[in-house]
Design a protein around this ligand. Structure first.
Ligand SMILES: *Cc1c(COP(=O)(O)O)cnc(C)c1O
Length: 449
């Protein structure tokens, strides 16, 4: 920490204690302000804090990542075989799980797990609305009803204090999502599940190597699911996995993902199907890419974590910027996104859109993140579909609609700002650029009003 920053921190402290009017004179003479964050905002024609790009994603190199893919190509064995099995073994080891089943996508991993857990028509599944659409889709696709549990805005995770009130005689499972790569409160969720005899399926599709009390997210419930889509920390373009410790369940997942053929049976069996299944087998190409990518995951996760911690230490000093809080049990976060809440009142009423435009102009890419997907038209549309109207009474569908009200989540969706994971793969100086840019906007907020 240099003397400049210390001075600016003191300046910020003074500014936040005082009124906007008290700050105005220094804003008016901007350009003469001390410190790195001073000067006219880039969005108003000033020099940006940063013009250098952040690290790109995905990351690969020719020597390390190409030969395994070429080797699969030349083998002529492209469908699921030894390379997929090797990936499953290594991924299970990395997760501290007994078993892993590779699939085509995180979505098909979730569908496989839900089907094997016996979730379907007539059931209700508790889930938070602050998630990627797939977490909700998969519940509806089994024929079950998602019952929304409001979000804890401080942690961005499903609020376990709101969960028990949502349980009915139809509740079958909880689908906690470790959203943004930050662990959900698994102590409370598992205790509720135990008390009410509910299944727990973790959506860890953004939480590779995240930990709850030293155990990997995705291994804390009955089954856990991961995604290896292009934007994810471990990626092969498209891919997914189910992990679990129960051999019976994992055998059935394998069977379900392979047309219902019994686990251990050869791929060429053409009769004797014991159960209904689908097909979502990973290819050898996907597994070859994943095995190469996996060698970087630990180091990259460590770097993201260190940078996120440092960024939090700086951002929490800025009035109106509220970084996500981790629960006490969260011993490691994966930071698929770095989230904070933006309070426009403390930025002189500058709206989030304008703040984000100003931040982008300073050279820091950002987004507003998820909207309230529980209010998206697809949800009502699905409840009105022939399938759902045949499967459920009007009273059941109305209960689903009533429980869909999540005011804390609505508020969070209005306040959230995300930085994507690749920004966290940069240097400490990159983190200072992010914090300096936000401080600069704070100091010059009057000029944006
Ligand atoms: C990415 C993601 C999924 C779906 O994974 P795909 O591999 O894209 O099918 C599910 N849930 C969450 C929270 C995700 O981020």
């Amino acid at each position: 920490m240099n003397a400049n920053r210390l001075n600016r921190r003191q300046l910020l402290g003074a500014a936040s204690a005082g009124s906007l009017a008290a700050l105005a004179p220094s804003v008016m003479t901007s350009g003469a302000n001390p410190g790195t964050g001073a000067g006219k905002l880039a969005i108003l024609g000033g020099a940006p804090i940063r013009t250098k790009p952040f690290p790109g994603w995905p990351i690969w190199d020719k020597e390390h990542d190409e030969p395994p893919v070429v080797s699969v190509l030349r083998s002529g064995v492209w469908s699921r075989a030894g390379v997929v099995a090797e990936f499953e073994k290594k991924y299970a080891e990395m997760m501290g799980a007994r078993r892993c089943l590779a699939t085509t996508h995180g979505t098909t991993a979730l569908l496989t797990a839900l089907n094997v857990l016996g979730v379907g028509i007539g059931d209700e599944v508790l889930v938070g609305p602050y998630t990627f659409i797939a977490s909700i889709d998969v519940i509806l696709l089994t024929g079950a009803l998602p019952i929304m549990v409001d979000t804890d805005p401080e942690t961005f995770q499903v609020n376990p204090d709101r969960m028990e009130a949502k349980i009915s005689e139809h509740t079958k499972a909880i689908l906690p999502v470790h959203i943004l790569g930050l662990p959900a409160n698994m102590d409370q969720i598992n205790a509720i599940a135990k008390k009410h005899n509910l299944l727990v399926l973790e959506d860890a599709c953004q939480a590779w190597l995240a930990e709850w009390r030293g155990k990997k997210c995705g291994t804390l419930g009955d089954l856990g699911c991961f995604s290896f889509q292009n934007s994810k920390h471990l990626t092969c373009g498209e891919g997914g996995a189910v992990v679990g410790n129960d051999d019976g369940l994992m055998d059935r997942c394998h069977s379900y993902h392979n047309f219902g053929r019994a686990y251990g049976q050869t791929m060429l069996t053409l009769s004797g199907y014991a159960t209904l299944g689908t097909k979502c087998r990973m290819t050898e190409f996907q597994a070859a890419i994943l095995l190469a990518q996996m060698t970087r995951l630990e180091e990259q996760t460590r770097r993201r974590g260190e940078n996120a911690d440092y960024l939090t230490s700086r951002l929490k000093e800025i009035p109106g910027i509220l970084p996500a809080r981790l629960y006490d049990g969260a011993t490691r976060a994966a930071y698929h996104l770095y989230p904070f809440r933006y309070r426009q009142e403390q930025f002189g009423g500058v709206r989030r859109d304008k703040f984000m435009a100003a931040l982008k102009a300073e050279g820091i890419p950002c987004s507003s993140g998820y909207g309230p997907i529980n209010r998206d038209p697809f949800f009502e549309h699905t409840l009105r579909s022939n399938n759902f109207r045949r499967a459920y009474s009007k009273a059941r569908l109305d209960r689903c609609r009533q429980e869909n009200h999540c005011p804390d989540n609505d508020q969070l969706c209005r306040e959230a700002v995300w930085l994507s994971q690749n920004l966290l793969l940069g240097t400490r100086q990159d983190m200072d650029d992010i914090a300096d840019a936000i401080e600069k906007i704070y100091e010059n907020r009057a000029s944006l009003a």
